[in-house]
Design a binder for this molecule. Structure first.
Ligand SMILES: [Zn+2]
Length: 364
């Protein structure tokens, strides 16, 4: 838009607009170009957001594999690499490796705006402290941001991996049309992230969305690793689907084998996956009654690969949830795909570093 447009929208005086614009130009957050609609005479200078005005290093930590990337200020990935590392090696090994990898990818660029990290654990968001770890016991109590900020000197944001993806799906696909979204990640484990009124719902200790350990009815008495029986995680996760197929004598080494069987239309495999979807639907229908989301997004490799799982979820949720909650409810598969964690981390950082408050606080 032009300076005059900004004046009209904000009601600020011309000198005030000129002052703010020149500040943003100087900091590289916007650029000027003269390509306006030609109305005869000199076209007014147009201003636009400058995605190349800085970079955001991000990482999405998985139990065995970590995605590392450098994004621009629009959240687009500029460079990306994946490394195989066991998070159980602990923060003393993993964090230095991450930082070294970012530095390599940055290749001398010094305009880092902020850094984002998604971890497979409950996180006390404000402090960036790992509270209770699902798979990374050696990280419990570790406060990550100061360790990274010491080397890079920029804001560092850390959140639970599922929350990060929920925000990413909401921001990049749904933000313009709706404010209430339930994201359920079905992978080797099951977890959820809740967007309520446009923001992430964290709960008192950051543990909101841990739906994996809600039990289902008629699960068959499966002992969950948490010590309870028939948690949805123990009967409907990717791990559970593999176990159930093996118990039926099927030779499946990985989820990729299950995908191949589903694609081939194998009846027994489809039945196991669909039943997992029904169990998942039981827990999701409770969440739908409680939260009244506009859309339930099913993500994670299992949900993305298995149509019968999504069908099972739909079957139960539309039957079990209240009529009002399901009147316009949509149940859809995640659209960010395997890069969802990376995109979500970048958006989490950009929300922070490009907020009016942070921009007002002065140059980076
Ligand atoms: Zn459990």
């Amino acid at each position: 838009m032009t300076r005059a447009d900004i004046g009209r929208v904000t009601g600020l005086s011309r000198p005030a607009v000129a002052h703010r614009v020149s500040d943003l130009l100087q900091r590289g957050l916007i650029v000027e170009d003269a390509e306006g609609p030609s109305t005869g005479g000199r076209p007014p200078m147009r201003l636009r957001f400058h995605a190349g005005g800085g970079v955001v290093p991000v990482a999405s930590l998985g139990a065995r594999r970590t995605q590392i990337a450098i994004c621009d200020l629009a959240g687009e990935v500029l460079h990306r690499t994946d490394i195989d590392i066991d998070v159980e090696e602990g923060p003393g090994v993993v964090l230095p490796l991450l930082m070294d990898t970012w530095e390599k990818l940055l290749d001398g660029r010094d305009d880092v705006a902020g850094i984002g990290l998604g971890v497979p654990a409950t996180v006390e968001f404000a402090a960036g402290r790992v509270e209770s770890a699902r798979v990374m016991a050696s990280w419990t109590g570790v406060v990550i941001p100061p360790v990274i900020a010491e080397r890079f000197g920029v804001p560092v944001l850390v959140d639970n991996d599922v929350n990060v993806i929920a925000m990413g799906e909401h921001r990049s696909v749904y933000a313009a049309e709706l404010d209430d979204l339930l994201f359920v990640k079905v992978s080797t484990r099951i977890g959820a992230g809740v967007i309520s009124g446009g923001g992430i719902l964290r709960g008192a200790l950051g543990a909101a969305g841990e739906i994996g350990h809600i039990p289902v009815r008629d699960g068959g008495g499966v002992l969950c690793r948490c010590g309870n029986l028939d948690c949805v995680d123990s009967v409907a996760s990717g791990t559970a689907i593999l176990r159930d197929l093996r118990a039926k004598g099927r030779d499946v080494a990985s989820l990729a084998d299950v995908t191949a069987l589903v694609r081939a239309g194998d009846a027994e495999t489809m039945a196991v996956v669909r039943q997992a979807g029904r169990w998942l639907g039981e827990v999701i229908s409770g969440a739908v009654n409680l939260l009244n989301p506009s859309v339930v997004v099913l993500g994670g490799d299992v949900a993305e690969m298995f149509q019968p799982l999504v069908s099972g979820v739909r079957e139960i949720v539309y039957r079990r949830s209240t009529q009002l909650a399901t009147r316009s409810l949509r149940i859809e598969r995640g659209r960010l795909g395997p890069g969802a964690g990376i995109t979500g981390c970048a958006l989490m950082v950009l929300d922070h570093v490009l907020s009016a408050q942070a921009v007002d606080a002065g140059p980076r």
